[in-house]
Write a protein that binds this ligand. Structure first.
Ligand code: NDP
Ligand code: HEM
Length: 499
């Protein structure tokens, strides 16, 4: 079969793609060699900014299949029938590293889901942990600064991390998970996913419920020790990418059980803790998990850049029957993500194939950079209009939400128990998991000033005296040498040249 004719981006046929246009065989080059100029200019624009967090990731497409009827809680079309299948995309990530970072790092794993439903895209942008480090979004950029590079040394700083965490006791729950065996997963396939925030469900009768989403791995939770992680990284920086890609290529499709926890709207007032606090879980005994469906990843992207790097997830993408909650962190994320995408990808990021809803999209946004042609009818380019342009419909209105209180900068630490749930987590670990936790913390604290270590130890003590005691013992056992166990091999010196 004849090969297609190679062209410039303007479609002009190319005669020679091996030799640039020069004055004579030795050059110099001619400015009119547009092919060369286009090629170099395009290369200069091949990268887009990496995500400010969660820059390193891997993704795959798949299906959510509904196995249980939850229509009494939500009218969302995606859950409307047992057996219903919805196409979806899942991008996993690590948080702190740059795009070239190694996968096998101790870090939270991102779990960003995009469901292409018949009523628009539903994005559930969670993590492999049910809680988070902070509960007020005003603290998020500072927290992220401690995870990224120190401005002067250009290295990551354990001092910054433990300084921030020790001054922010609400982080203890997530820090305990991060330093536990689950903080270094064997691969993405071996993690659970959590929506983490409390969201709301609205049913056909207009009743609101509070809901949490969970995805439990059928591959089993599998984790690595720090030493195992180091060995993996020494040989392979893309271990999670490789694992996911190869499993799917081999037809070994990873699966997760989707589950929810549900709370009646009025029960939020009666709950012993703030159910909208992202540093807390809802105990299973009080809010048992309810099965919903099966998530399966079964297709690798054809083009990583187009479908994964350009994918743009936002908690602002909700569908009828699923909505927000008063969680302050969620509220901020509703703003932050679409803003990030307009900067990172561009104004029309939702029109790119990977982000484009599979349902109809009708709005009145006009023009803008890289507008590839969403259009309404020629005369209906404003609203309201008399030319049959798209119109609102009140059947999608949410029931009113009661809120109250004085506008103020409320202290989110007042009356908040930051210790019981981390303590519960510590107490459910078996002795070897607890020992791994102690060791991981002791290693991560190497080089941190004693004053900061002591401040953090006081938090461990408050969660459980055995937690603090275990970390103290691990610190004493580790001494200073733990991160410096590399033996230096010197190269033999070359003999000086003689005259
Ligand atoms: P349960 O005993 O009912 O639940 C404990 C849950 O802890 C398990 O279902 C499992 O969650 C999770 N878990 C087990 N081992 C670890 C580990 N090493 N690291 C992290 N998570 C682990 O008790 P509660 O519901 O009262 O929760 C107790 C503690 O468990 C919480 O304080 C929280 O830290 C943790 N947890 C609770 C979750 C929840 O939604 N209630 C979810 C995840 C953790 P899973 O089945 O999701 O793997
Ligand atoms: C990525 C902001 C909290 C999970 C991002 C990005 C931003 C951001 C700007 C990059 C988006 C992009 O360029 O595509 C924030 C802010 C937060 C917050 C302001 C708090 C106020 C959280 C929490 C979770 C989370 C609590 C999980 C429960 C993720 C994930 C990604 C991400 C998974 C990667 C998405 C992808 O794969 O493209 N966040 N974040 N973030 N965030 Fe957050």
């Amino acid at each position: 079969m004849a090969k297609p004719q190679m062209t410039t981006t303007g479609g002009n046929p190319i005669a020679d793609n091996q030799n640039s246009l020069s004055a004579g065989p030795r050059g110099p080059l001619l400015l009119q060699d547009y092919q060369l100029i286009e090629k170099l200019a395009h290369q200069n624009r091949e990268r887009i900014p990496e995500r400010v967090v969660h820059a390193k990731g891997s993704g795959a497409f798949g299906t959510l299949t509904i196995t249980h009827d939850i229509t009494k809680y939500t009218k969302a079309d995606i859950f409307s029938q047992v057996g219903k299948k919805t196409d979806m995309l899942l991008r996993f990530s690590t948080v702190a590293g740059e795009r070239g970072a190694a996968d096998a790092e101790r870090d939270v794993r991102g779990w960003a889901l995009k469901f292409y439903t018949e009523e628009g895209n539903w994005d559930l942008v969670g993590n492999n942990t049910p809680v988070f480090f902070v509960r007020d979004p005003l603290k998020f950029p500072d927290f992220i600064h401690t995870q990224k590079r120190h401005p002067r040394t250009n290295m990551r700083s354990a001092t910054a991390m433990w300084d921030f965490w020790s001054l922010s006791p609400e982080s203890l729950h997530q820090v305990t998970i991060l330093m536990s065996d689950r903080g270094l997963p064997l691969s993405y396939r071996h993690t659970n996913g959590y929506g983490s925030h409390t969201y709301s469900f609205i049913n056909a009768a207009g009743e609101r419920f509070w809901v949490k989403f969970h995805f439990k791995t059928r591959q089993g939770i599998k984790t690595m020790t720090n030493r195992e992680g180091e060995q993996v990284i020494a040989k392979d920086r893309e271990s999670s990418q490789k694992d996911l890609y190869e499993a799917i290529e081999a037809g070994d499709f990873p699966q997760w059980d989707m589950q929810i926890q549900v709370m009646a709207e009025e029960d939020a007032e009666k709950c012993a803790f703030n159910p909208f606090d992202l540093t807390k879980v809802w105990p299973h005994a009080d809010y048992p998990v309810i099965p919903v469906g099966t998530l399966e990843l079964n297709r690798n992207p054809e083009n990583y850049f187009q479908e994964i790097e350009q994918s743009a997830f936002s908690p602002s993408n909700i569908v009828p029957g699923i909505s927000f909650s008063p969680d302050k962190m969620l509220q901020a994320r509703i703003f932050s993500y679409a803003d990030a995408h307009r900067y990172r990808v561009g104004t029309w990021y939702e029109a790119l194939p990977v982000n484009r809803p599979k349902s109809a999209v009708n709005h009145y946004h006009l023009d803008g950079s890289m507008n590839a042609g969403y259009s309404t009818s020629a005369n209906a380019y404003y609203e309201p209009n008399s030319f049959n342009g798209p119109a609102e419909s009140d059947r999608f209105a949410e029931p009113p939400l009661k809120i109250s209180g004085d506008a103020d900068r409320w202290n989110h630490r007042d009356g908040n128990d930051d210790y019981t749930q981390p303590g519960n987590l510590f107490r459910l670990m078996n002795p070897s998991q607890q020992q791994a936790l102690f060791n991981n913390i002791a290693e991560a604290m190497q080089g941190v000033p004693q004053e900061i270590v002591d401040r953090q130890l006081a938090h461990f003590d408050k969660a459980d005296p055995a937690y603090g005691a275990g970390v103290r013992a691990a610190l004493a056992a580790h001494g200073d040498g733990v991160t410096n166990n590399i033996s230096v091999q010197e190269e033999p010196q070359a003999e000086p040249a003689t005259a």
